[in-house]
Design a binder for this molecule. Sequence first.
Ligand SMILES: *Cc1c(COP(=O)(O)O)cnc(C)c1O
Length: 383
Amino acid sequence: MSQNNCKRFKTLAIHAGQPPDAAYGAVMTPIYPTSTFAFRGVGQPGPFDYSRSGNPTRKALETCLAALESGTFGFAFGTGMAAEATLATMFEPGDHMVVHNDLYGGTYRLLATLGERRVAVDYVDLRDLDAVRAALRPSTRALWIESPTNPCMNLVDLAAVAQLARERGLLTICDNTFLSPYFQRPLELGIDIVVHSTTKYINGHSDVVGGAIVVRDAGLAERIGFLQNALGTCEAPFDCFLVLRGIKTLALRMEEHNRNALEIARWLERHPKISRVHHPGLPSHPQHALALRQMTGFGGTFSFRVRGGQEEAFRLLGNVKVFTLAESLGGVESLIEHPYTMTHVSVPPEVREAMGITPDLIRISVGIEDVADLIEDLEAALA
Ligand SMILES: *Cc1c(COP(=O)(O)O)cnc(C)c1O
């Protein structure tokens, strides 16, 4: 679409893939809840034939996602994990993959099943390029990256990893869920495949689960499109409509998430009961310079450590009133959780500890409420 190349992010969010409806001029993309589409005549299929293979509502979302990630082809999936599982099936027995050792618990669980299918996976700290080089084998096919990582907010230098991968002919996959394309566009840094849980910031209203993949390369797109259809991992039309509706305010929401989270992070850093704040927007973050280089904002999710271990962490979790104790992130409402016993409980304890997921760690997803109320809530809960 020509508008991909000539319009800016906020305009693309509203218009890419979403021209007024051809039938009646509806300004909002209609939901097409149909399994099948009538042929125009014998041997004359229309642009869509069966909704697993393609659906107009999904097509609008996929076109918009591709434009926002500055990609060429987008794919919408029923969940973030459905998108990741579709990618995982691209690998054959005997293949090897190098995976960041600090990533979403569900991704860890999925990739663990690859071992059972005889795809070898090594978990490496992708912040250390020498360690990456040392882990490569002749059978290595891909590098799987998450940045910032969940929940410790470590960053991977995407351009550097992409270049190393290109020299070796390896595929790079980057989970961009935490920042959304508004704050980070991995394809522009040389990454091959961007994957999302659209459940989080992209939809942003905690009322749907969804996933996405965006690529630039036509060959990769053909393979992923084939797998999406073959596996049936696609997103339903109604859910696509909800995600599209959420996307329209993505830029506004991300600005507010970012502003609120940074203010809370600065406040927490000065609080005597907090021993450490992991937020890439703080100068105390060891990769603050990289954050300023490869991201245009820091998002709304970060973590911190409470003095007094799990007991004090649990006290904070039990005392908050505006924050909701829940897993997930990226919605308009603020959430708080305990990675050690909640989101990351499926990661083996020794790996959890090595990742820095200790019992004193709290993760918050800062919403778009009034930040003064959020700070008052934390202040009262910590008192
Ligand atoms: C939530 C999440 C996923 C999984 O997405 P679902 O929509 O829950 O299936 C993958 N990666 C990251 C970083 C996530 O936060």
